[in-house]
Write a protein that binds this ligand. Structure first.
Ligand SMILES: *Cc1c(COP(=O)(O)O)cnc(C)c1O
Length: 722
């Protein structure tokens, strides 16, 4: 891999002693090592907050005086040396979980393709759970020493910022990203020019440049069509996530699947496993087959040879949620590609033909399933749903034998856990507690933490959330044009000592954000009880083309802004990873009301659980596996109702009753020290059952054991033949 290189940009005028700060700014390791993040923050907390935790901007914009002071400040330098000690040890670690458990993976890169990656709020190239999962997957892979390489897109505009107008309507603001302030470096070829790969369309060729990001020990390559040699409309192909018009959508996916494989080849990679995070990248299976067809294989032989190394993760329990393209559209854009597979057009369509109500389509889900040996859903229930949904592809088998397994999702713990809590764990569980993340027995030690200490941390985190909301409002108010109703709706009246419920997620209709508003009078009564107030914080974006989603936001906002709520219902604008962190760390209860079984997994509740919040959720996705009757609460039962209307009504009733009779009384049942002992017992039970089970530590290990290493023997066999 000597044909490319990247170079840290010049232009950081740092004192010699602090020179290495720029190196750290370009490795996202700092985002999940709290001490490293503080190293930037300490330089200038005010600026750090104002520019949204962007270390590259910080180093460019900070007053040089402050840097000089820091370079002389013994206390700062001690932290600096400590952090770089950790960084160097991390980057050079030889004995990792992978090297010790699966040495055969050494030198066998795993390619991980995803349409989005949620790594940090300064890099808005994600829209929701799928991206955050991909980001957490890479971070954990780095921690475990797994030789993984990510492939995705660098979106020129990123995902939109959300504003909520006074009438509750969502405004989408598209920002052009300033790449020079992002931790992405252009990949150059050996002659110092931009390394490019090409994808052919029937009437033209589209070039893609590459950006390299460092996620701890592993690289992530992002494709970008915004190059001079492309037409203006082609430059736009990678400008945004999920174009809603199908033309651009199919072109984008062709760039990801085909361009992504070519990018890895240009970089000198020969991956042993090709992991598709959702079907958007499924064209990669065809590009890999094309490589072999070009070498003389038939298409059938090529697929047979490559299938064993492909792994496909499905996240979509609804048939319509999978990308399906009309056949004419495929013919229109893949016209230069499919002939290279030595197939007729009809044979090509046959690969992924799907009979849908609206006609025949080319299904990315079918394409990925047929051409992958490893296939998984993202929770146990989702596995069952996926086997039922795709049974028609394996007609000869019983439904339960459909070869789709499941690996339940997880979250990257140090990315999501509050630093205060990690410090508490250091005190009571030992400095090395992080090495025991996925060991259930270890976590029974949680019981040894005094209630008062854990409660003090929880209160601190709640106050932090309240202050954060207030500072956001102050900013918006100062900018002008912010109506008093918006001020109140943004959480200024929040009481940091009252029971606080969080509901934050994409506003897709199946998530039923308005379920809690089914009976508004009953809800008003619940939240306004004099000695037992309850607050609910909503947040979330709707895809800009999703009209029902935007109407749902408006419906929620209409209630939020009513005076009768006393400011206890709140809607926070612009849900992103930063806001998510404050919410999952600061609320007491995490509410989730999907219409079962459409959640697939869900991950935000896991983030809340590891911070000590209690989940109150429909028994769907991960929560169906996690709930033990004591570590939180269930909404509804472990089954689906006869109709959506009935299910909605039953779930709403269950939600209100449990809130009224169980959650609220329990929270306010205080002893003389103002602590609810029963609440603390449940909190501890939730932490010790959920942390070991729903972290990416457990998840990535599962992927390695159950899907990645399965792909290896066939490679050895193939290599043996050569
Ligand atoms: C974790 C996360 C999600 C996914 O949460 P769900 O539980 O799947 O709703 C979405 N958006 C952001 C910003 C997140 O941090």
């Amino acid at each position: 891999m000597d044909t490319f290189r990247t170079k840290l940009p010049d232009g950081f005028d740092l004192p010699k002693r602090l020179q290495r700060l720029s190196e750290l700014a370009y490795n996202l390791w700092w985002t999940w090592e709290p001490e490293a993040a503080r190293l930037f923050g300490r330089l200038d907390y005010d600026l750090w907050g104002r520019i949204g935790h962007n270390p590259i901007r910080l180093l460019r914009e900070i007053d040089p005086q402050r840097l000089n002071q820091a370079a002389e400040d013994k206390e700062y330098l001690a932290v600096f040396d400590h952090v770089f000690g950790l960084f160097d040890a991390y980057m050079n670690q030889k004995k990792t979980w992978t090297s010790q458990t699966y040495p055969e993976l050494n030198g066998r890169p795993i390619a991980y393709f995803s349409m989005e990656f949620g790594l940090h709020e300064t890099l808005p190239i994600y829209s929701g759970g799928l991206g955050v999962l991909a980001g957490d997957h890479l971070k954990e892979a780095s921690d475990l020493g797994l030789p993984i390489t990510g492939v995705g897109f660098m979106y020129a505009e990123g995902y939109f910022s959300q504003r909520i107008a006074e009438d509750g309507w969502q405004d989408a603001i598209n920002n052009t990203l300033d790449f020079k302030n992002l931790p992405a470096l252009p990949v150059l070829d050996h002659s110092g020019r931009r390394l490019c790969v090409e994808v052919e369309f029937p009437d033209r060729i589209v070039s893609l440049g590459l950006w390299e990001l460092h996620i701890g020990r592993i690289p992530l390559y992002l494709l970008d069509s915004n190059l001079d040699q492309n037409s203006e409309s082609d430059q736009q192909l990678t400008a945004r996530l999920y174009w809603s018009d199908l033309d651009r959508r199919v072109m984008q996916e062709l760039l990801l699947g085909v361009g992504g494989v070519r990018a890895l080849r240009a970089l000198g990679y020969n991956p042993s496993v090709w992991h598709m995070n959702e079907g958007h990248a499924a064209f990669l299976t065809l590009e890999r087959a094309r490589e072999l067809v070009a070498g003389g294989s038939t298409f059938a032989e090529a697929i047979e040879k490559t299938r064993a190394q492909n792994v496909f993760t499905t996240h979509t329990p609804v048939p319509a949620g999978n990308d399906e393209f009309p056949l004419w559209l495929i013919e229109k854009y893949l016209g230069a590609f499919w002939p290279q597979l030595n197939l007729t057009l009809d044979q090509f369509f046959e690969i992924a033909r799907h009979q849908m109500p609206q006609g025949e389509t080319f299904s990315m889900g079918i394409l990925a399933l047929r051409h992958s040996a490893g296939r998984n859903a993202v929770s146990e229930l989702h596995g069952r749903v996926a086997r039922r949904m795709w049974h028609f592809l394996w007609k000869e088998k019983e439904e339960s034998d459909v070869p789709i397994t499941h690996v339940t999702n997880g979250v990257h713990v140090s990315n999501w856990m509050a630093r205060r809590l990690m410090n508490l764990f250091c005190d009571y569980l030992g400095e090395d507690w992080y090495d025991h993340l996925d060991e259930p027995d270890f976590w029974s030690n949680i019981d040894g933490i005094p209630d008062a200490d854990l409660w003090a941390v929880r209160l601190h985190l709640k106050r932090k959330l309240a202050f954060y909301m207030r500072e956001r409002v102050r900013d918006r108010w100062t900018q002008g044009g912010f109506h008093p109703v918006q001020v109140v709706s943004s959480g200024v009246l929040i009481n940091p000592y009252a029971l606080t419920i969080g509901f934050a997620r994409r506003f897709a209709t199946y998530k039923r954000a308005s379920l809690v508003l089914t009976d508004v009078e009953r809800l008003l009564h619940i939240i306004n009880r004099p000695n037992m107030p309850v607050q609910i914080i909503f947040a979330g974006k709707a895809h800009p083309a999703d009209e029902p989603g935007k109407q749902l936001i408006q419906q929620v906002y209409r209630q939020v802004k009513r005076a009768e709520t006393g400011g206890r219902l709140v809607f926070l604008e612009d849900y992103d990873m930063n806001l998510a962190r404050y919410l999952v760390q600061g609320v007491d209860v995490w509410l989730n009301t999907p219409r079962r079984p459409y959640e697939a997994s869900g991950t935000s509740g896991m983030k809340a659980a590891l911070n000590g919040a209690l989940n109150f959720s429909v028994l769907d996705g991960w929560w169906r596996e996690a709930y033990n009757g004591y570590n939180g609460w269930a909404i509804g039962e472990d089954r689906e109702a006869e109709s959506q209307g009935i299910q909605d009504a039953q779930d709403a009733e269950s939600l209100y009753t449990t809130l009224e009779n169980e959650i609220i009384p329990l929270y306010y049942d205080r002893d003389p020290k103002e602590i609810s002992r029963e609440w603390m017992a449940r909190m501890k039970n939730s932490m010790k059952t959920n942390i070991p089970q729903f972290s990416t530590r457990r998840m990535v290990k599962d992927y390695v054991k159950r899907l990645y290493v399965q792909a290896l023997p066939s490679i050895s066999a193939e290599e043996g033949k050569r």
